[in-house]
Design a protein around this ligand. Structure first.
Ligand SMILES: [Zn+2]
Length: 354
């Protein structure tokens, strides 16, 4: 037994030594790993140095080696910084392409300005300043920014007949009426309440509205609030999209939400408010159809060149539910004829052969 026990000591010692070596190796390895991960984490948070204007060396033909320094290719792009970027910004600013600050930082504003400059100087519009762009900036061919002309304004009161805007007769995107004025600038102070600041409309229509509401007010019918006047295509798109998303939040499918919206809201391009000749008149806190203002308007608006544009009985023709608050300026000649005939605008224009 004793002999056997003594014989067993050597392998045990060997195994213990092995275990000790493995443990030491593990410990060392973990420390090394730890150091590495610390370094790695550190290197991740170390900011990448800002790209600066740098010159790329162009390889020269050894046969042509002289003592003159190697020619360099210029390169400036987003992230570049320095005095040359400032110079670039300064030039683009003077030519009208750049509207930002001259700070020597090549950001998105500088890039867009470079792109526009390149476009208008028949260069590849990549927003990168290479030698060609740089040379062009300093050449005699350089010219100021060319502004794309905006489409001309439309006289919505021109012609012999009132302008028609509805589902079948939309106006194009980019359309805008001539002679728009800010109602607050033209109307006497206190005559109107304004639901929206800076409401605009066509001057002649605003003047007719002022006269009408002054007369109503002098007869004791007030206050009058203007809720809507001229609306842009983009305004109408926002309104329409808002209605659709509200219906969808209530569980409507998209197509059902669009149909429901179309009951009361015109698609972009199909609203009469684009003409600058329509107003929504309201009384704060009241249903307009219940007010004395509405009763007065429905009786007398015709005497001032206005029509009640959307009435319940013409819903099938106009495509809109009755809107007691919506008046449209068509001019006195037409408003009186329409009052006498009882026709809505679509019927009236048809009767005239349009
Ligand atoms: Zn309206």
């Amino acid at each position: 037994m004793q002999k056997n026990r003594r014989l067993n000591w050597a392998p045990i010692m060997f195994l213990a030594l092995c275990a000790l070596l493995i443990a030491a190796a593990l410990l060392f390895g973990m420390r090394a790993l730890n150091t590495w991960s610390e370094y790695d984490a550190e290197s991740r948070i170390t900011p990448v140095p800002t790209a600066t204007v740098h010159a790329i060396k162009v390889t020269r033909d050894p046969a042509l080696v002289t003592n003159t320094p190697a020619p360099t290719a210029l390169y400036m792009a987003s992230g570049s910084a320095g005095a040359m970027v400032s110079e670039l910004q300064e030039i683009l600013l003077n030519l009208g392409f750049y509207t930002g600050v001259v700070d020597g930082q090549f950001g998105s504003g500088t890039r867009d300005a470079v792109k526009l400059f390149q476009q208008q100087h028949s260069l590849t519009a990549d927003g990168i300043v290479g030698q060609m762009t740089w040379d062009m900036l300093h050449s005699g061919q350089v010219h100021r920014i060319e502004i794309t002309p905006t489409p001309p304004a439309t006289d919505t009161l021109a012609g012999n007949i009132p302008m028609l805007v509805n589902r079948e007769n939309p106006i194009p995107e980019g359309f805008y009426p001539r002679n728009l004025v800010r109602i607050q600038d033209v109307a006497p102070e206190g005559l109107f309440l304004y639901k929206i600041r800076n409401l605009m409309a066509v001057e002649e229509a605003v003047n007719a509205l002022i006269k009408m509401v002054q007369d109503a007010t002098s007869q004791g019918i007030y206050p009058w609030q203007i809720s809507e006047g001229y609306r842009t295509y983009e305004d109408q798109k926002d309104i329409f999209d808002n209605y659709v998303s509200n219906f969808m939040e209530d569980g409507f499918t998209r197509s059902n939400a669009v149909s429901a919206t179309r009951q009361t809201v015109a698609d972009p391009g199909q609203s009469e408010h684009h003409t600058g000749l329509a107003f929504d008149l309201t009384v704060p806190g009241e249903f307009f159809s219940d007010t004395a203002q509405y009763a007065w308007l429905a009786t007398y608006c015709w005497d001032y060149g206005f029509i009640m544009r959307y009435t319940d009985d013409k819903q099938d023709i106009t495509g809109f539910l009755g809107e007691e608050w919506h008046v449209r300026y068509v001019g006195l000649e037409h408003s009186k004829k329409m009052q006498q005939s009882g026709m809505c605008l679509e019927e009236y224009l048809q009767s005239l052969g349009y």
